[in-house]
Design a protein around this ligand. Structure first.
Ligand code: ADP
Length: 377
């Protein structure tokens, strides 16, 4: 997408030249809510502050309110509660064309019978730019995205990947402060999707423009963004960097949605001598990271180990192997616990216990307490 980084950098400098210091946040959502006229509450109490140049993803299952929130930021959807600030300016009731945002849609929303050049210039026409100024900007972005040779081709005569680049070029040519992307890779096949994911991340770093990205694909959100907003049913569940989201889920929804976790409920049993919290469960006392009073242990698949001997005092769960699968270096075991539930655990495929354990074998599982998070159910 950016064959010549030097060229992109020059363009980036020009694109971002109007951006001043980061005294205020690029984007601020304060208790933003949306109830549609039919009474559907799509978003509730959404609070978020985004730094300039940050890449933020909205992640959640279909219907959780991601697109509604993005459209409210763009101004395509009226907010019904709260307010939205861009660079400190309240834009809650500003029409979309007056906001310093651009939106990239999943289907790209290109005009099929316009040429690439006309498609890209369209946003500048709306802004009423002088012809010479418009031409200069369009040529520059065509060059940056390596689209010059297609400039006079009709948009419907191009491949999916090329259309995706045109959509991005069209979004960026208006020099937005914030680029809003609504499942922009959804229409691409898996290979192209991977390639464009990488290019998108590079582009975002080069330009230093704030990106807000909507996706229901976990790997996309975790792989691309600086922070992820996990949503469920119109509510923000957690806002964290990908690594923290994975290691320290904050709610039962996130524990179930991200990674592969086992959730065990119990009764809070105070702090351990090392400051970690303890939970009394039907399997014994589980120790983990979390707030005092938390009543649920979240244990990632890789925190379990097969512990035939076990360390004295450590939590040990007896179980029975029900399935075994080796995928590359990782061994996936399915284990039925004494309460009949089945859990998935991960271990090194080369470990002797993975080689020898067959379905039906009895095992004892140990848990690495460092990886356990205690949350409120
Ligand atoms: P997502 O982008 O996470 O899939 P949406 O923001 O599109 O979710 O939708 C959130 C909720 O709002 C859903 O329950 C959806 O059915 C509802 N919704 C979306 N658009 C409208 C509308 N124009 N009128 C009424 N309800 C809507």
């Amino acid at each position: 997408m950016i064959p010549n980084p030097g060229r992109a950098q020059i363009a980036a400098r020009t694109l971002t030249s109007s951006i001043c210091g980061a005294m205020t946040h690029d984007l601020e959502l304060n208790s933003v809510g949306k109830t549609y006229p039919d009474g559907t509450t799509a978003v509730q109490d959404f609070d978020l502050k985004v730094e300039k140049g940050e890449f933020v993803a909205f992640l959640g299952p279909s219907g959780c309110g991601k697109s509604t929130t993005l459209r409210m930021i763009a101004g395509f959807e009226e907010i019904t509660r709260g307010n939205i600030l861009i660079k400190g300016r309240d834009v809650s009731h500003t029409p979309p064309e007056k906001r310093p945002t651009s939106m990239i849609f999943q289907n790209y929303a290109l005009f099929p019978h316009m040429t690439v050049r006309q498609n890209i210039g369209f946003g500048l026409d709306i802004k009423g730019l002088a012809r010479s100024e418009k031409d200069r900007k369009v040529e520059r972005i065509l060059d940056m995205f390596d689209l010059t040779e297609f400039a006079d081709r009709k948009a419907d005569r191009l491949s999916g990947g090329q259309r995706q680049r045109i959509a991005l070029a069209r979004g960026l040519v208006v020099e937005p402060e914030i680029l809003l992307l609504d499942e922009p890779l959804g229409a691409l096949d898996a290979n192209l999707r991977r390639i464009i994911q990488n290019e998108l991340k590079l582009l975002q770093r080069e330009l230093g423009i704030t990106f807000v990205f909507v996706t229901h694909a976990q790997s996309e959100a975790l792989g691309l963004s600086d922070r992820v907003v996990v949503m469920s049913n119109g509510v923000v569940e957690q806002i964290s960097p990908p690594e923290e989201l994975y290691r320290r889920p904050a709610t039962p929804f996130v524990a179930g949605f991200i990674g592969s976790n086992t959730v065990i409920k119990g009764t809070p049993a105070g702090a351990a001598p090392d400051g970690t919290q303890q939970l009394t469960t039907p399997f014994g006392t589980i120790t983990g990271h979390g707030l005092a009073g938390a009543d649920t242990a979240v244990i990632p698949a890789e925190a379990f180990r097969i512990a035939p001997q076990g360390t004295p005092g450590e939590i040990r769960l007896p179980g029975t192997i029900t399935a075994r699968k080796l995928v590359g270096a990782v061994g996936h075991l399915r284990v039925r616990l004494s309460d009949e539930r089945e859990i998935d655990i991960e271990t090194h495929a080369a470990a002797p216990e993975v080689q020898t354990l067959a379905p039906g074998a009895g095992v004892t599982l140990g848990i690495d307490p460092v990886a356990v998070t205690l949350i409120n159910s």
